[in-house]
Design a protein around this ligand. Structure first.
Ligand SMILES: NC(=O)c1ccc[n+]([C@@H]2O[C@H](COP(=O)([O-])OP(=O)(O)OC[C@H]3O[C@@H](n4cnc5c(N)ncnc54)[C@H](OP(=O)(O)O)[C@@H]3O)[C@@H](O)[C@H]2O)c1
Length: 326
């Protein structure tokens, strides 16, 4: 906490992630609103930042550079080169520069800063908006452990923080930066499944959200890894089929138990062998979802059936799916 005492923080860009950070820093009283200045091209964003957090704002990025001890580059990656060209010559050697731009390397940021200040690359995620984010911090060429500690303190205001080598930052971006989109998409799929089974909308919403929260909390609080926790639900002997006659949701979404988590025409994997019952469930499930998709224009379950088995090979798709690189 002491690392930030007396420090002034400047945000270049006052959008969603900057707002999450400003909110976290001011709520936790790590930084006084008077010690924060944020720039944005959008007058509405500037107004919102002042109204919500009591911080000063400006349309002039260079004013932020003059003001701050710590600069946070929080514009979209496509805009970052332009902003770096605009302010790069004004950045002092004693300033700390933190970039949260997806896909922009610390070296790229450094190449715009003649005075060689310490640069850190950080990847937060949107749950930071509710203080439940996770951020990965990586040091650039001139950043020391002290600078890294400073960055960790800032991002700890909006959730958990890990440190990684910069070579891992693109993987982090795909995993936790884009990761919330996967979970929300799964929630969409579950919601669609519940509605297709005739559950009332308010009920499915509550069931889905609380199930997502409960699964995350169970995973955090438990010593078991996610695979074991998943097997506790899907294993033979556990109630794969609900006591009622309808096993449609179980079949199609249950959850991506192995048989369902396969592209429709993919060969059986060794992990599926002998699962005759599961294969039959799978066939019915795919039929069901094919129909539902046609009828209700729900895409989720089918998408997940395709996506989950190849999770690690779909990083590039993840980055298309989300808006990080906007
Ligand atoms: N959202 C996420 O899930 C997430 C997660 C991790 C990292 N990030 C990274 O965080 C950064 C910001 O993302 P975000 O979601 O907060 O984006 P955002 O909400 O669009 O915020 C960016 C803000 O910068 C403004 N801006 C555009 N050009 C500018 C300029 N020349 N000078 C000053 N401000 C300018 C934008 O205004 P206009 O809208 O009018 O252009 C917008 O208000 C991105 O680089 C992204 O990769 C995002």
């Amino acid at each position: 906490m002491t690392a930030l005492v007396g420090k002034k923080i400047g945000f270049l860009g006052a959008g969603n992630m900057a707002s999450a950070l400003i909110g976290g820093l001011t709520r936790s009283r790590l930084v006084e609103p008077a010690s924060i200045l944020a720039s944005d091209v959008d007058p509405e964003r500037r107004l919102q930042a002042t109204r919500r957090f009591g911080v000063r704002t400006t349309s002039d990025n260079r004013e932020v550079v003059k003001f701050a001890d710590i600069l946070v580059l929080a514009v979209k990656p496509g805009v970052a080169p332009k902003v770096l060209e605009e302010v790069g010559g004004a950045v002092r050697a004693d300033q700390v520069v933190i970039s949260i731009c997806a896909g922009i390397s610390a070296a790229f940021v450094e190449s715009h800063l003649a005075t060689k200040p310490p640069v850190l690359r950080v990847m937060p995620n949107t749950p930071a908006l509710v203080g439940a984010g996770v951020s990965a911090v990586a040091c650039g060429t001139h950043a020391t452990a002290e600078h890294c500690a400073l960055a960790k303190t800032i991002f700890a205001a909006v959730g958990e923080v890990v440190e990684v080598a910069e070579k891992h930052m693109d993987a982090v971006t795909a995993l936790s930066g884009s990761g919330p989109a996967y979970f929300f998409y799964l929630m969409e799929a579950l919601d669609a499944a519940g509605l297709a089974e005739g559950l009332p909308p308010g009920v499915t919403e509550k069931l889905v959200k609380q199930t997502a929260l409960g699964a995350a909390k169970l995973s955090l609080d438990s010593n078991e890894d996610p695979r074991k926790l998943r097997q506790n639900v899907t294993a033979r002997g556990a109630p794969r089929r609900p006591p009622c006659a309808s096993s449609k949701i179980t079949t199609s979404v249950t959850f991506s138990s192995r048989p369902c988590a396969r592209p429709p025409n993919a060969p059986e994997s060794s992990e599926n062998n002998g699962a005759a019952e599961g294969a039959e469930d799978n066939r019915k499930g795919r039929e069901l979802w094919g129909k539902k998709r046609h009828k209700n224009e729900t895409r989720g379950p089918s998408f997940f059936g395709f996506l989950l088995p190849g999770f690690w090979s779909h990083f590039s798709f993840l980055c298309v799916l989300c808006d990080l690189c906007g």
